[in-house]
Design a protein around this ligand. Structure first.
Ligand code: DP6
Length: 362
């Protein structure tokens, strides 16, 4: 194994590329401690169609190492100063881990599969893609991370430092992040693929994203996490999330549709209730969000349909349903839900397989 220091004098130029997906949390991460450590464990479903593709190439910088990052970043072929700044700051924070970053010039280019006017958060997919590119670079330069398990674990740890929820995008299927006594191997530092066998009803879960509002939200997730400090309901919330994790995984295993809906919807409502009871309070859902939730609940009760919703930190609604009822549910979406979406926009997705390296064609 070559050491990081050993590679400083001999840096061959290279390019790496990854496709990494987004994920949607069923048990929510909301509240963190110093060092991107979650206050409670979370569980997500990895998506298949919503992903980021990223290409990272580097060449040796002339001159001596500096305590700064030399970066050119393009998003969908164009300059994006805001995103470039976030990536630059993250890379700078990694200098103690990767001193070689001070000796290279980096070119990073990324694109998302989903329309950026859809109001879908891209930090999970983009930061996990970046973490994967960095791990490929480490492997190339240092000969480390040759074992797949170590590679993805390190990528998950790096992604977490950039954005908490990104650490769950490194694996396909169901991913757990945060230590929980009932799940051996669960960790505060990395996401792990859930080992529990999931009932066939949920194995090919579909996810329709109903876009209520595409414009960026007024309060970022990071600000929202900050408002959990001294929140009056913080402690009971963290305790409940732990209990719900156990109950939800059991319900996913036994195929208990009602219980899954009760917990997943309860988590979405609690996330927004926590925002509404922060000081100062804030509100990210919109009247259309509530109308959609009402319609979904009515559809489930009147038709006996196994549909469930969840919400991210925003007004858009994620509808979850088994593959077996896809046709009927999508008819319902077109008939009743699309009229409530902004410009009729909705996006079809489903449970996904996780990241994959991309072939680079020059
Ligand atoms: C509501 O991962 O975006 O989507 O760690 O500050 O980048 P940072 O926050 P982020 O928070 C996600 C919050 C959530 C719930 C979840 O994905 O678990």
């Amino acid at each position: 194994m070559r050491t990081f220091e050993g590679v400083l004098s001999k840096i061959p130029a290279a390019t790496f590329a990854w496709r990494s997906p987004s994920n949607i949390a069923l048990i929510k991460y909301w509240g963190k401690r110093e060092g991107q450590v979650p206050q409670n464990p979370s569980l997500s479903m990895t998506l298949q169609n919503a992903y980021t593709e990223m290409i990272l190439s580097y060449e040796k910088c002339s001159g001596t190492a500096q305590e700064k990052i030399s970066l050119e970043f393009l998003f969908e072929g164009k300059q994006n100063p805001q995103f470039a700044k976030r990536i630059g700051a993250f890379l700078l924070s990694l200098l103690p881990t990767y001193p070689f970053l001070a000796n290279v010039h980096l070119n990073i280019s990324s694109r998302n599969s989903f329309p950026h006017s859809a109001g879908i958060a891209s930090s999970a997919s983009s930061m996990s893609a970046l973490a994967l590119c960095l791990c490929s670079m480490e492997r190339h330069l240092c000969g480390t991370l040759t074992n797949e398990e170590d590679f993805f674990r390190k990528a998950s740890a790096l992604a977490r430092l950039a954005s908490g929820s990104a650490c769950r995008s490194l694996y396909g299927g169901w991913v757990l992040w945060g230590a929980h006594d009932d799940f051996p191997g669960s960790s505060q530092e990395v996401g792990i693929a859930l080992k529990t066998p999931i009932h066939e009803r949920f194995q090919q879960w579909q996810n329709a994203i109903l876009v209520v509002q595409a414009s960026p939200k007024e309060v970022s997730s990071s600000q929202g996490h900050g408002m959990m400090v001294n929140h009056p309901f913080a402690e009971p919330r963290y305790q409940l999330a732990n209990e719900r994790m156990k109950t939800l995984v059991k319900a996913l295993e036994t195929g208990d549709v009602e219980l899954v809906a009760q917990i997943v919807e309860g988590e979405a409502m609690m996330l927004h209730a926590l925002m509404m009871s922060s000081q100062p309070y804030f509100l990210l859902i919109r009247p259309q969000t509530l109308l959609l939730l009402e319609k979904i609940r009515q559809f489930r009760h009147s038709q006996g349909m196994p549909v469930t919703f969840t919400l991210d930190a925003g007004p858009n609604v994620h509808l979850l349903y088994p593959l077996q009822v896809k046709e009927k549910v999508e008819e319902f979406i077109v008939r009743e839900l699309i009229p409530l979406c902004e410009n009729g926009l909705w996006i079809k997705d489903e449970i996904g397989h996780g990241p994959r390296p991309l072939k680079i064609i020059f």
